[in-house]
Design a protein around this ligand. Structure first.
Ligand code: NDP
Length: 628
């Protein structure tokens, strides 16, 4: 882009591209996912359940059910709910935690909340009639909602809590799965649904001396309130005389840092890459308005939100928040998806005449002749630059110390990392007791008995909070915490050693009657519960069809699986360049993108994927599945 073309902008696209490239390059590491250690052995206490009384015991269970659901998070609950709706009721849910909620059961750190609008994020809202209190809900309300779903769908009756699956083995002879647990249970099941959560296994940085630190440590997903005092809404009174360090500045740290800042004597925030922190602006939900919505409003709202994020045509932006802003600016309401030829011309003319012209900045720029001639990808890039300039300007306007403000500015495209929305995070750095330790992409160097070394300096602290996230790109069984063995002794780890291989992301050949929930080779939504509900509905449909046909065994055909992998690779190419340009993180396999094309999501976006699945169901022939 030439300077003349960028005349209306408040930024220089070439300069920004170069800056983004430099920031990315300094963060790329050859060890990728190996920079983290597994929370096993000496580190296994990091995953102990702090929310249950120790010493729970029960007699082993030996039983047989129709469907075994592994995981009691939203995925498992939705599976059970949709199966019950389909009249399939012989179910069992096995859950590691002491209650339902999955990620919300574990992540109860102070400030834990959901920054996707609750009317979009919460599933089953029309079925339960639940009215969330606020636009952006918190962990406490979410757990309460999980309990409500569990009661409505009678899930407590079918759940084995505080129970960890160790193995699931297919018996070709009996045509069923045999699951074993850490409590000595043996559960036989005709079908197994694996819904163990993509962000289920906490990870720690493999930094020298991590076991040497003599102070207190914990991971954010197992917050130690006995040590900090207070609760999910803050008030961490036991930290008043403590020097606390937080490692990591992802979505979790962004939410707990303001509470640590308010309570700790001193707080050091160790940053490798800053998150983008946009306005959240939480408000109350108007229950009367919600009750007046016509049937189908929920699906419509979710689809509208995810369509905008995927760059698909919508008549209006129903959610209208920080997530959709950049896309709103590009599409301005009603737009065509991947337009070409006369469509692009009409669209562009429409743009030129639109009221957006009256507005300054990116919107005005988008109506310029040069912009009209631009392709959609470039338009999106321009809108993204504009959006991130706004995010960076916010750091300047909120943070008093200019050096700290500069350090807090993210230089990458908005969706390279999980965008964050918060109205107290940046402000926390104005507190005299809070210090940002910007490691300029290098991260923490070492631990000592007394603290942390970064930028060659030792910081003495009493407590280290690991806000370092969860395993994503590692082996499936390592993340799930159990083995899966299919036909002829083939393990899932071996099957997927050279990359994911599925049909529709749900089935994998050689593992009959098993359903794998999750985003890989499937539709990935920012609203994760939406994709899980689609997984659940697809599974309920397939099982319903099998019952009607009197069938007892299904498996993906070899041909269908190969074809689906090719589809995933082909469509992934649309997003590969974007991923390659991104700063490393779990969204792009820590920058090692070449491995991603097969292990990634359906690249056409979730709504296109859901439409594909809906058409597949409408056809009614279960094409691609071998049924007997
Ligand atoms: P993330 O993986 O997003 O963040 C981990 C953080 O740790 C990053 O800032 C990372 O830096 C940093 N880090 C890792 N190693 C080091 C090191 N050696 N030195 C310094 N820093 C290091 O985990 P989160 O728990 O924050 O979030 C996980 C996901 O959970 C989110 O992406 C989101 O999907 C979900 N979530 C959703 C919320 C919601 O509102 N709905 C709220 C909270 C979480 P770097 O970026 O450089 O890798």
């Amino acid at each position: 882009m030439t300077a003349a073309v960028s005349g209306n902008l408040h930024f220089d696209p070439d300069q920004l591209r170069e800056k983004y490239r430099q920031e990315r390059d300094k963060r790329i590491r050859s060890d990728g996912n190996d920079q983290y250690i597994e929370v096993t052995g000496d580190f296994s206490h990091y995953v102990d359940d702090p929310y249950v009384e120790p010493g729970f015991e029960r007699a082993p269970v030996t039983t047989q059910v129709d469907v075994l659901i592994i995981g009691g998070g939203f995925g498992g609950m939705l599976a059970a709910a949709r199966l019950r709706d389909a009249g399939i009721n012989d179910l069992m849910i096995v859950e590691k935690g002491g209650g339902f909620g999955g990620t919300w059961y574990w992540n109860r750190y102070p400030g834990a909340s959901c920054d996707i609008e609750s009317l979009v994020y919460f599933p089953l809202l029309e079925e339960t009639g639940f009215i969330p209190k606020q636009r952006y809900t918190n962990a406490t309300e979410t757990l309460e909602y999980c309990q409500l779903i569990a009661e409505q769908y009678k899930l407590n009756d079918i759940a084995l809590m505080q129970t960890q699956i160790l193995s699931t083995d297919w018996s070709e002879e009996e045509k069923l799965w045999v699951a074993r647990t850490n409590r000595g249970d043996s559960i036989k099941a005709n079908f197994v649904i694996h819904s163990n959560g993509p962000l289920n296994r906490p990870k720690l940085p493999a930094i020298p001396g991590i076991d040497k630190f003599t102070g207190h440590t914990f991971h954010t997903s197992r917050w130690d309130y006995r040590y900090t005092g207070g609760g999910p809404f803050g008030g961490l009174d036991k930290l008043a005389d403590k020097r606390v360090a937080v490692i990591g500045t992802g979505a979790t740290a962004v939410q707990c840092v303001p509470h640590l800042a308010a309570s700790a004597k001193e707080l050091y925030v160790f940053q490798r890459t800053p998150s983008s922190i946009d306005v959240r602006n939480n408000t109350q939900i108007d229950g009367d308005w919600l009750k007046s919505q016509p049937p189908g409003w929920h699906h419509k709202r979710r689809t509208n939100f995810e369509s905008l994020l995927a760059g698909m045509p919508v008549k209006e932006d129903l959610v209208h928040d920080g997530w959709t802003e950049a896309f709103r600016d590009i599409f301005g309401g009603v737009r065509q998806y991947r337009p070409s030829g006369w469509r692009l011309l009409l669209w562009s003319l429409g743009w030129a005449l639109s009221s957006a012209r009256k507005e300054r900045g990116i919107k005005q720029y988008l109506t310029d002749k040069a912009m009209i001639e631009m392709g959609l990808q470039e338009k999106m890039e321009m809108a993204d630059f504009a959006k991130m300039e706004k995010v960076r300007a916010r750091a300047d306007s909120v943070v008093e110390d200019t050096e700290t403000a500069e350090s807090l500015k993210p230089y990458y495209r908005q969706f390279c990392k999980r965008p964050c929305f918060h109205d107290e995070y940046l402000q926390a750095f104005n507190n005299a007791n809070v210090r940002l330790v910007d490691t300029e992409g290098k991260g923490v160097e070492a631990f000592t008995a007394k603290g942390i070394v970064a930028n060659g300096q030792e910081f003495e602290v009493d407590c280290i909070v690991f806000a370092t996230g969860f395993e994503v790109g590692t082996d499936y069984s390592r993340r799930a915490g159990y083995s899966v063995t299919g036909v002829g002794g083939l393990t899932i780890s071996d099957k997927w050693a050279d990359g994911m291989a599925t049909f529709h992301g749900l089935h994998t050949r050689g593992f009959p009657n098993a359903f794998f929930f999750g985003p890989q080779q499937s539709g990935f939504t920012a609203t994760y519960t939406f994709a899980l509900d689609e997984n659940a509905m697809q599974t309920a449909y397939i099982l319903g069809e099998l019952k009607k046909r009197g069938a007892t065994r299904i498996d993906a055909s070899e041909k269908a699986e190969k074809a689906w992998i090719n589809t995933i690779k082909r469509v992934a190419r649309q997003t590969e360049e974007f991923q390659k340009s991104c700063t490393p993180g779990y969204y792009n396999n820590e920058g090692h993108v070449e491995f991603e094309s097969q292990n990634t999501f359906y690249g056409g976006g979730p709504i296109e994927f859901f439409n594909l699945m809906a058409k597949w169901r409408e056809a009614g022939d279960l094409k691609g599945l071998e049924i007997s």
